[in-house]
Design a binder for this molecule. Structure first.
Ligand code: PRT
Ligand code: ZN
Length: 283
């Protein structure tokens, strides 16, 4: 039985559960315990604080874990980073009071920096020959400068809203992070087989994410033009319609190209365009 550790609650919990569910690993939500057996796959889910996931996986108390790469980098335990999971994107950045003049990293020499990521920051400063005082705090790092506890901060940024609210400005993006699947190094062959099955399911879910299924009718004369517009995985599926000079076309499109593709197809005569959600792509 494979054991996978995920965050109990917090920013990564929902999407970790969703990824597992989409990969066919489901648990009965109503009576949630800290360790639960999946109904349909040989996996147990262990719910932990995100801070504890790297160590738990390094020790082998869980075989796999889903956690922010930032936690993996800070904790420094020996784990295999098996897969980037495409959610929980953020960065850890240095930020300073917005009215301070910033001309480069030397700014930080002799300064006090508040952070929950002292190891990542120390490494960055060492690499750049900066000597600063790192103050490790948990909790609201962003209020430290205003409270007179620090000159600058090193903290997670995603939209940047928290920095603005606290009168700070991001000056150095040090580490980019997203949720990753980590594994205990040296899992035995039996467990590795299940890990690989699970990773291939994740791959299918992640490949489908951000994609839409497009169905439309098109004058057959415009087909060649349409194929140039459509970035299909191989080529689009074309089905003849009862009306002989028309056909139906089906394909997969990246969500961020969707409107561009639709507008171009309409311009060459496409009609009855349907956009459907796509759950998975099994490659
Ligand atoms: O209880 P537990 O210890 O499990 O959770 P936690 O409170 O330590 O972590 P949680 O749930 O807040 O975050 C879990 C993971 O989500 C982090 O380790 C990151 O990998 C990832 N993540 C993604 C974020 C953010 N985005 C994020 N914006 N984690 C925290 N933030 C915070 C940040 O600390 C800052 O206070 O959001 C604020 C900044 O957000 P913006 O959008 O205003 O820039
Ligand atoms: Zn935490």
């Amino acid at each position: 039985m494979l054991r996978i550790a995920i965050q109990t609650k917090g920013r990564l919990n929902e999407q970790s559960m969703e990824l597992l569910r989409d990969a066919g690993v489901t648990i009965k939500e109503e009576k949630r315990k800290f360790l639960m057996r999946a109904a349909d796959f040989p996996v147990e889910i262990l719910f932990l604080r995100d801070d504890d996931i790297p160590q738990t996986v390094a020790m082998g108390a869980a075989d796999l874990g889903i956690v922010g790469y930032n936690e993996v980098a800070e904790k420094g335990y020996e784990v295999d980073v098996l897969k980037k999971l495409g959610f929980g994107g953020c960065r850890i950045s240095l930020a300073i009071p917005k009215n301070d003049k910033y001309e480069g990293l030397e700014y930080f020499n002799g300064k006090r920096i508040a952070t929950s990521y002292p190891k990542v920051l120390q490494k960055f400063f060492d690499e750049n020959n900066i000597k600063a005082e790192i103050h490790t705090i948990t909790g609201s790092v962003e209020i430290s400068p205003a409270a007179g506890l620090a000159d600058a901060i090193f903290d997670i940024v995603s939209s940047g809203g928290t920095l603005v609210t606290n009168g700070l400005v991001e000056v150095e993006k040090v580490l980019f992070s997203e949720a990753v699947l980590i594994g205990t190094p040296g899992l035995d062959a039996e467990k590795m087989a299940v890990v690989e099955q699970l990773m291939s399911r994740f791959e299918s879910v992640l490949t489908g994410a951000g994609k839409k299924y497009l169905l439309l009718n098109l004058p057959t004369a415009a087909l060649e033009e349409a194929i140039k517009i459509l970035p299909a995985m191989r080529s689009p599926t074309v089905i003849p319609l009862a009306q002989s000079d028309w056909c139906s076309l089906q394909t997969v499109v990246d969500q961020n190209r969707l409107w561009d593709v639709i507008e171009k197809l309409k311009a060459i005569g496409a009609e009855g365009i349907l956009v459907l959600n796509l759950e998975k792509i099994v490659l």
